[in-house]
Design a protein around this ligand. Structure first.
Ligand SMILES: C[S@@+](CC[C@H](N)C(=O)[O-])C[C@H]1O[C@@H](n2cnc3c(N)ncnc32)[C@H](O)[C@@H]1O
Length: 328
C-alpha cells in the first residue's frame, strides 16, 4: 500500500509545529508511566510529566522500555569508545532526562547540549529552576562562578539548553558555538522521534550539516519504519487526526531507507534494526523481569508495533576510535 500522507503541512506550518511540540508531552508521559510501573529507573521524569490519568497498555510501556534501553546502550558504547572525552547533542530533546541519569552514573561527557523549539526549552528551564533535584546536579557539574540562565537558554560548563528550530541550521550552529560547541571533539547526536516530523529536505540538510561539521561523530535515530503497509498507514492516520503529520515518512519506509539517508548525506557507516530485533538483543534477565510486570494479552499487537519502529545509527570516524564497530 502506498503511503498517502507525505503532503506538506496541509494545516499550515504554525498549526503543525504546535502539534509537533505537543508530542513532547506524549513521550514524557509514557516514559513516566512506564517508570512508575517499574520498567526502568528514572527519578527525574516525574518533574517533567504529570502522571497520566489513564492506564497505558503494556504494549506501549514495553515499546518505551526497548526504546530507552536500546538508545542508552548505544550512548554508553559511544561514551566508552571516546572515554567520555566527547560532547552529546540531543536534538528535539523535549523533557528527556538522560543528562541527569548519566551524571548519577558518573558518565557525563565533556558537555551535554539539548536543542528544542524555544517554547519547549523555556518550559524545561522553568522546571529545572523550580526543582533543586534538577538544578543541583547542573550546579555541581559547573566549574565557574555563575552560569547563564535566561528564559529560553541555559549554558553551564557541562550542560546547555538551546531554544532553536532544527530547520534553521545557521542560527543553530551560531547558538551552539556561543555555548562552547567544539566540532573537533567526538560528538554524539541523538534524535528520538524527531526527524519524522521534519520535511525530508530539512532532515537531509541536518544530517549533511552534522557530517560536514563533525569529523568524528555518531548519530542515533529512533523513529518509525515499515510505514508503507496497512499498520503504518493506520499510525499515520492516527497522528493526522491529531493534526500532526509525519511529513518525513518517506525515509521511514524500510530499514534500508533509514540506512541510505545517512549514507547519502556524508556518513561512513550506517545500521538499522527494527525494535523486535532490538528487544531480542536486550539482556534476557532484564527482559524477563519487565515481562513479569504486567500481563500482556496481545502479543501480536506488540510485535506489530515493534516492527514499525527502529533504531538506526551512523558513524564517521576521523580519529579512528572504533566507532564503526559500535553495535547493540
Ligand atoms: C516526540 S517528541 C520526543 C522528545 C524526546 N526526544 C523524547 O524522546 O522524549 C519530539 C520533539 O522534537 C521536537 N522537534 C520537532 N521538530 C523540531 C524542530 N524543527 N526544531 C526543534 N525541535 C523540534 C519537538 O518539539 C518535541 O519536543
Amino acid at each position: 500500500m502506498a503511503v498517502s500522507s507525505t503532503s506538506r503541512d496541509p494545516l499550515g506550518p504554525e498549526v503543525s509545529d504546535e502539534a509537533v511540540r505537543s508530542t513532547c508531552d506524549d513521550a514524557s508521559q509514557c516514559k513516566r508511566y512506564a517508570v512508575n510501573m517499574g520498567y526502568w529507573k528514572d527519578p527525574y521524569i516525574q518533574h517533567f510529566a504529570r502522571h497520566p490519568k489513564e492506564r497505558k497498555a503494556p504494549e506501549i510501556s514495553r515499546g518505551y522500555y526497548a526504546r530507552v534501553e536500546g538508545v542508552t546502550r548505544l550512548v554508553k558504547a559511544f561514551l566508552q569508545k571516546t572515554d567520555r572525552n566527547c560532547q552529546i547533542i540531543n536534538l528535539g530533546a523535549g523533557m528527556d532526562t538522560l543528562f541527569w541519569k548519566l551524571k548519577d552514573e558518573d558518565l557525563l561527557p565533556g558537555k551535554y547540549f539539548e536543542i528544542d523549539f524555544p517554547t519547549i526549552a523555556t518550559r524545561k528551564i522553568h522546571t529545572i529552576k523550580s526543582k533543586p533535584s534538577l538544578s543541583q546536579p547542573i550546579m555541581e557539574s559547573h566549574s565557574g562562578e555563575s552560569f547563564l540562565i535566561d528564559s529560553h537558554s541555559l549554558d553551564s560548563t557541562r550542560y546547555a539548553i538551546i531554544g532553536a528550530d532544527l530547520r534553521e541550521l545557521h542560527k543553530l550552529e551560531e547558538a551552539m558555538k556561543k555555548c562552547g560547541l567544539d566540532p573537533e571533539l567526538p560528538t554524539l547526536l541523538m534524535a528520538e522521534c524527531v526527524l519524522v516530523y521534519m520535511a525530508p529536505e530539512n532532515s537531509d540538510a541536518l544530517l549533511r550539516w552534522v557530517a560536514d561539521v563533525f569529523p568524528t561523530a555518531m548519530f542515533i535515530n529512533y523513529e518509525q519504519v515499515n510505514m508503507s503497509d496497512r499498520f503504518g498507514q493506520i499510525m499515520i492516520d492516527n497522528l493526522q487526526s491529531r493534526k500532526c503529520s509525519l511529513i518525513g515518512v518517506e525515509a521511514c519506509l524500510s530499514l534500508d531507507t533509514q540506512r541510505q539517508r545517512f549514507l547519502q548525506n556524508g556518513w561512513e557507516g550506517a545500521h538499522a534494526m527494527d525494535m523486535v530485533e532490538v528487544y531480542n538483543a536486550l539482556p534476557p534477565e532484564d527482559v524477563k523481569r519487565i515481562e513479569a510486570l504486567e500481563f500482556l494479552d496481545e502479543k501480536e499487537l506488540l510485535e506489530q508495533l515493534m516492527l514499525h519502529y527502529c533504531l538506526s545509527w551512523a558513524t564517521k570516524d576521523a580519529q579512528d576510535l572504533g566507532l564503526l564497530e559500535i553495535t547493540l
